[in-house]
Design a protein around this ligand. Structure first.
Ligand SMILES: O=C(O)CCC(=O)C(=O)O
Length: 258
C-alpha cells in the first residue's frame, strides 16, 4: 500500500514532483519558516474569529463545506504576507515540473483559508479537478497545496488523502485501509494532484485546525475564484506583477495561452 512520502525543504523539486506523479501526494515538512507562519496566523486568526461557522456554502452544500468549518477567500486583501507565499519557490518550482509542460504560466484557481472546528465530521472524499469536469486532458490541470498554519493531527482535522487514487478508475472507492491522515507540523505543505481523492478530516479537538489552500492551474484554464471581486482591485494593484499575474490581474492573456 502507498503511503504519503515526506520531504525536508532542502530536497529538490524533482523528488517532490516524482512523488506527486507516483503517489499523487507529498508533504514538504516545515517547508515555510515558522516565523512567517506565525505572522500569517496573527493576521488571519482575528478574521476567522469574526465569521460564523459554515460562513461559506451554508445554502448550497453545508455537508461539503462543513457545518463546523470556517472559510475565508480574497486572501491577498487579508494579509500582506499572502502574496509572497503565492510565489514561494517551493510551490512554483513544483508547478514548473507539474503544470509547466502544458502551460506557459499559471493562475491561482482559488486561495482559501480553511479552519476546521471541534465536532466537524469528515468531508466527503472528492477530486478538486472535478471543478472542471468537462476538461479531462491526459495531463494534470491542477496542483493543490495546503499550507499548515497550525499543526495538523489525526484528532484536529488533518486532511484525509488516498495515495495513488489519482490514477484509479473514477468509480473505484477506497477501502478504509487506503485512507491516510496528512499529519504534519505547522509550516508544512501538503501537495496533491488535482485528481487525488481527499477531504478535510473529522475533528474532536478544541483547537482550530487552520490550513491555507492554494490551487494552481494552467493560465489557459478559468480560475474558480474571481479575485477582482473577492480581493478587490485596490489589493490587486498593490501586489507585485508576478503575484498580479497569478491572480489573473493581467492584460497579457494572449501571451499566457500555451
Ligand atoms: O481542509 C482540508 O483539509 C481539505 C478541504 C477540501 O478538500 C475542500 O474543501 O475541498
Amino acid at each position: 500500500m502507498r503511503v504519503v512520502e515526506r520531504f525536508p525543504r532542502e530536497r529538490a523539486h524533482d523528488e517532490v514532483f516524482g512523488a506527486l506523479e507516483r503517489d499523487g501526494v507529498a508533504i514538504v515538512e516545515e517547508g515555510i519558516d515558522t516565523e512567517r507562519i506565525d505572522a500569517l496566523y496573527a493576521d488571519l486568526r482575528p478574521q476567522l474569529d469574526a465569521v460564523p461557522w459554515c460562513n461559506v456554502g451554508a445554502k448550497d452544500d453545508p455537508e461539503f463545506s462543513g457545518r463546523l468549518t470556517k472559510r475565508l477567500r480574497g486572501m491577498v486583501a487579508r494579509s500582506p504576507r499572502v502574496g509572497p507565499l503565492l510565489v514561494e519557490p517551493l510551490l512554483l518550482g513544483v508547478c514548473d515540473r507539474f503544470l509547466g509542460p502544458n502551460a506557459r504560466d499559471y493562475r491561482l484557481s482559488t486561495g482559501e483559508l480553511i479552519a476546521i472546528g471541534a465536532g466537524q465530521v469528515a468531508q466527503p472524499l472528492h477530486r478538486d479537478a472535478d471543478s472542471w469536469r468537462h476538461c479531462r486532458p491526459p495531463f494534470p490541470i491542477l496542483m493543490s497545496a495546503i499550507v499548515a498554519l497550525t499543526d495538523f493531527t489525526p484528532r484536529n482535522g488533518a486532511t484525509v488523502v488516498v495515495p495513488g487514487s489519482h490514477r484509479w478508475p473514477r468509480l473505484r472507492r477506497p477501502e478504509a485501509a487506503e485512507l491516510e491522515r496528512a499529519s504534519m507540523p505547522r509550516g508544512s505543505v501538503l501537495l496533491y494532484h488535482g485528481q487525488l481523492l481527499h477531504g478535510g478530516g473529522a475533528s474532536d479537538d478544541g483547537e482550530l485546525r487552520i490550513g491555507l489552500y492554494l490551487g494552481y492551474i494552467p493560465s489557459w484554464l478559468r480560475p474558480i475564484e474571481n479575485q477582482c471581486i473577492t480581493s478587490g482591485l485596490d489589493a490587486l494593484r498593490a501586489v507585485p506583477p508576478r503575484v498580479q499575474a497569478l491572480l489573473d490581474y493581467s492584460d497579457d492573456g494572449w501571451e499566457t495561452l500555451a
